[in-house]
Design a protein around this ligand. Structure first.
Ligand SMILES: [Zn+2]
Length: 255
């Protein structure tokens, strides 16, 4: 396992403020180890949550193909059952599928049995659609509970958070969203050597965007596509390499 990627868990703090921090902060390790950066400043992991979405995902796949970019899709199980062919297509085009629960609940309020079922049902849906088992899990809304880490681990997965969450679900313009993604280019220009920056060398970005919407199908994510249309060629010109989460984490975690 690429241990430099995954900070070790610390003893759970009993204070409510620490609990709230641990439940939602992407870099908090209170509720178990998570992946929130790639190991190299020039590696960018694009991740898309809340699909598959028949209104957007096919266009996104074409856009990624045009820029020869591979990404990771954290899909919702009940949507996978609605559009299994689309999920198969995501995998067939060389992207990675991840588990984003079956019905997108806030897991902070889910008991262990319900949490286990949410993850299992999503994995079964992905298996049915694409014939493979996901190795990566992202909690809905980024919310975790004290027992989530153990459940994810026992189901053979690792938890993935993010380093940048631009907020592409907000009712803002494409220009606003494009500007919110500027930090990735800023990080790439700095070209910091491993060990010299935030997180002890965990320097590459994991970008969290959305091709779907957990509460309804056919969500309009055209602004997400527009912002990517702007950035993908510029990121490549800056020397960034587009990697899936498995590629970022290395063979040890894949196997
Ligand atoms: Zn989500």
């Amino acid at each position: 396992m690429g241990l430099w990627l995954i900070a070790g868990p610390v003893v759970a703090a009993g204070f409510a403020s620490f609990t709230a921090y641990g439940a939602v902060h992407p870099r908090a390790q209170i509720f178990g180890a998570t992946l929130f950066r790639t190991p190299h400043p020039q590696q960018l992991a694009l991740t898309f949550d809340d699909g598959p979405n028949p209104a957007i995902t096919p266009k996104l796949l074409d856009l990624l193909d045009r820029h020869r970019a591979k990404a990771t899709f954290f899909v919702i199980g009940r949507y996978v059952r609605q559009f299994p062919a689309l999920v198969k297509e995501i995998a067939a085009r060389g992207h990675l599928l991840g588990n984003h629960t079956d019905s997108h609940p806030n897991l902070f309020f889910c008991a262990p049995a319900e949490t286990r079922d949410e993850l299992l049902r999503c994995t079964e849906a992905i298996q049915q659609a694409a014939g493979l088992e996901p190795r990566w899990f992202r909690p809905p809304f980024g919310f975790r509970s004290p027992w989530l880490g153990g459940i994810v681990h026992r189901q053979g997965m690792h938890t993935v958070m993010w380093s940048l969450l631009p907020g592409d679900w907000r009712d803002k313009s494409a220009d606003w969203l494009t500007a919110r993604m500027q930090p990735i280019a800023d990080h790439a220009r700095k070209k910091l050597p491993p060990g010299s920056g935030y997180g002890g060398g965990l320097l590459g970005d994991i970008l969290c965007l959305h091709d779907g919407y957990h509460a309804a199908q056919n969500a309009d994510r055209t602004r997400t596509l527009a912002a990517l249309e702007f950035w993908l060629p510029r990121w490549r010109d800056l020397g960034l390499e587009f990697v899936t989460i498995s590629q970022a984490a290395g063979k040890a975690v894949e196997g």
